[in-house]
Design a protein around this ligand. Structure first.
Ligand code: FAD
Ligand code: SF4
Ligand code: SF4
Length: 587
């Protein structure tokens, strides 16, 4: 397929992250003649990808061993996978100075076959996901995949088919809907409703701020395809639209966390002291306040990068209750802890950014209520868009890649019968390691959401013996409580945004909408002091003439936190023109 006729593809993949690119690579290996198009909203591959990242490499090896023989000899592969983890620290921070290594507890949990035992990382790789994605993209292109950057999709086009119930008995039993394997029980005979996606619509280019067409206006094209693969990452716009349009359901609401991360250039002495191949995960301060207390779920990370760079970040469950909390403040506190400070003091932040993680686990996977399929008909939902993150490991990359491989197999097997693709995909997922992991972790995050980290963590060892808790959406957790741990300096959002190198064409309609400004004025500001102004990492929201507005949309980092954490569910995020957003290079 040439660049000129990109408006038609056999398989259209939305999102050039690990999940989408793994699909493309595997599919080219299985069916080389297939026309595959991957569209990515970032200006370049890797620009919108941010992760830790500890990579569990088995799915990657399986993928590339079959699709790209000899890949390990490639110089870029060696560079991307240069940092193999040989020192795995799991710490508990008590206050600002004290730290314990609790690695032995995790080893013990592994011996006792408890869920926490999965939290081990020796033998994995510490990678930059931006570089990793760029490399996968190059491999895909080398195999003949059309990878188009700067192409932002705003909607999925569905066509109703005649006679929507075709009397097709689904082979998938109730177990998907209950989360428990009830394969021995009588599964009800359900009907598979037929629907078909025709393709996706791209964002219009060249509108002014008021939505008027400018001379350079280009209407967003529709890319038609026989199969649509949704690999948009966390809280995907098309994915959520599709879930609504096609009537998919989650058993529990999706839970999110917000990750903020900095890449810090440190001195050679500090880097050697930290040591190459080392990763640190730390619980406790500053999220469990003031020392233990009922607090927030999450923790900090310090990972060795290459050439005197350390990745330092904090991941916070978005069910935090403090109306004046900003994850960046927590990162400042984390960086000031004595243990972390020794490695980064005097260093330079060379890149920074923020992104969300879907944490709801097995119960939050969107499924067709009748058939249990993850997607429907010829639409498949992958990776973070499906919520395949194992929070016991704090990892989603391996599952994203694995889901891409399963999607490719499903498409290959249903090539001439595309309405069965989602069904086959789900069968393959259910037999894969993804399902095993997701089930093993199914009540971990849920227990913490229900009871808080202090009670929820120990309770979660009962794993699948626990009932499915009724949990609230993240934004419903916000209260008037205040976060007491101020960092010693206010976080400078301008510097943060500048290091994320984010930019959008200024003269375009805002991609952020406050649905009802009266709610801001009469409820949120008086009661909670407008949390969006505080927690948005890019300073997008401001009060102008007594009204809260997304005043600086061009600063947006596409983290989507505002859409999930506005306490009145009053913000909507849509995709801006292709090519806008952060320009991560080494995140
Ligand atoms: C702070 C943080 C730390 C993490 N640490 C780890 C870790 O150590 N190990 C681990 O395994 N996992 C980790 N994860 C999770 C991991 O990064 C994800 O599970 C993984 O990136 C999911 O891959 P994906 O391909 O599904 O989505 P993504 O990597 O998010 O890729 C999706 C792509 O789709 C594009 N896109 C989205 N919408 C559109 C659209 N409408 N049109 C066009 N393009 C679109 C995006 O720009 C993006 O490039 C971490 C995540 C975060 C945020
Ligand atoms: S947008 Fe949401 S968080 Fe911001 S002021 Fe309005 S209601 Fe509050
Ligand atoms: S406006 Fe919303 S999506 Fe953009 S950076 Fe702020 S919180 Fe994130």
């Amino acid at each position: 397929m040439s660049n000129k006729n990109y408006n038609k593809a056999k398989v259209l993949i939305v999102g050039a992250g690990p999940a989408g690119l793994a699909t493309a690579i595997q599919l080219k290996a299985l069916r080389p003649e297939t026309e595959i198009c991957v569209i990515e909203k970032g200006a370049e591959l890797g620009n919108h990808n941010l992760s830790g990242a500890v990579l569990e490499a088995e799915p990657l090896h399986t993928l590339l061993n079959s699709a790209v023989p000899g890949w390990q000899e490639n110089a870029e592969a060696k560079e991307v996978l240069a940092s193999k983890i040989n020192k795995d620290n799991i710490m508990f921070f008590l206050g600002r100075k004290i730290s314990f290594n609790i690695f032995f507890a995790v080893r013990l949990a592994k011996m006792l076959r408890l869920g926490f035992g999965q939290m081990l990382h020796n033998g994995d790789y510490s990678v930059s996901i931006s570089r990793f994605t760029k490399w996968l993209g190059r491999l895909a292109k080398g195999l003949g995949v059309e990878v188009l950057t700067g192409f932002a999709a705003e909607d999925i086009i569905l066509a109703p088919l005649d006679g929507s119930n075709v009397g097709q008995k689904a082979s998938i039993s109730e177990k998907h809907l209950t989360g428990r394997d009830e394969s021995n029980s009588m599964a009800p005979a359900v009907l598979l409703r037929r629907s078909e996606a025709m393709g996706v619509k791209l964002v219009d280019q060249g509108l002014d701020k008021d939505g008027n067409r400018q001379p350079n206006f280009v209407e967003g094209e529709t890319i038609n395809a026989s199969f649509v693969v949704l690999a948009e990452g966390c809280d995907g716009l098309l994915t959520e639209k599709f879930i609504e349009k096609a009537g998919l359901r989650r058993q529990s609401p999706q839970l999110y966390s917000v990750g903020v991360k900095e890449l810090i250039k440190v001195s050679g002495e500090q880097y050697n002291k930290f040591s190459c191949g080392r990763v640190v995960h730390a619980m406790g301060f500053p999220l469990w306040t003031p020392v233990l207390g009922p607090g927030m779920f999450g923790g900090g990370i310090v990972y060795a990068g290459v050439k005197e760079h350390l990745s330092v970040g904090i991941i916070v469950g978005a069910d935090w209750k403090y109306c004046d909390f900003n994850p960046q403040d927590a990162l400042s506190n984390f960086k000031e802890h004595r243990f972390v400070k020794q490695f980064i003091e005097g260093g330079t932040v060379v890149e920074a950014g923020a992104k969300m993680i879907p944490e709801g686990g097995y119960h939050a996977i969107p499924r067709d209520p009748e058939t249990g399929t993850i997607g429907k008909g010829n639409v498949l939902i992958l990776g973070d868009s499906a919520g395949f993150v194992n929070m016991l490991k704090i990892k989603g990359l391996h599952n994203a890649i694995d889901s891409g491989m399963q999607a490719a197999k499903a498409i290959t097997e249903t090539f001439d019968n595309r309405e069965m693709a989602a069904l086959r995909y789900t069968e393959l997922i259910d037999k894969s390691n993804i399902a095993r992991e997701m089930k093993s972790a199914m009540n971990f995050r849920q227990a913490i959401a229900k009871f808080g980290p202090l009670q929820g963590m120990p309770l979660s060892v009962f794993g699948r013996l626990l009932p499915k808790f009724k949990i609230e959406k993240d934004y419903e957790a916000m209260t008037t409580a205040r976060y007491r741990l101020r960092g010693s300096r206010e976080f400078d959002k301008d510097t943060f945004t500048a290091t994320a190198a984010t930019e959008h064409r200024e003269e375009q309609p805002s991609h952020l909408t406050i649905l009802d400004s009266a709610i801001c004025k009469t409820k949120c500001t008086p009661q909670l002091n407008s949390p969006c102004i505080t927690f948005c990492p890019a300073g997008v929201y401001e009060t102008i003439h007594d009204e809260v507005k997304p005043a600086n949309p061009s600063n947006c980092l596409h983290c989507k936190s505002c859409q999930r954490k506005c306490p009145f569910d009053n913000i909507r995020w849509t995709v801006p023109e292709g090519g806008g957003g952060p320009r991560y290079k080494r995140m």
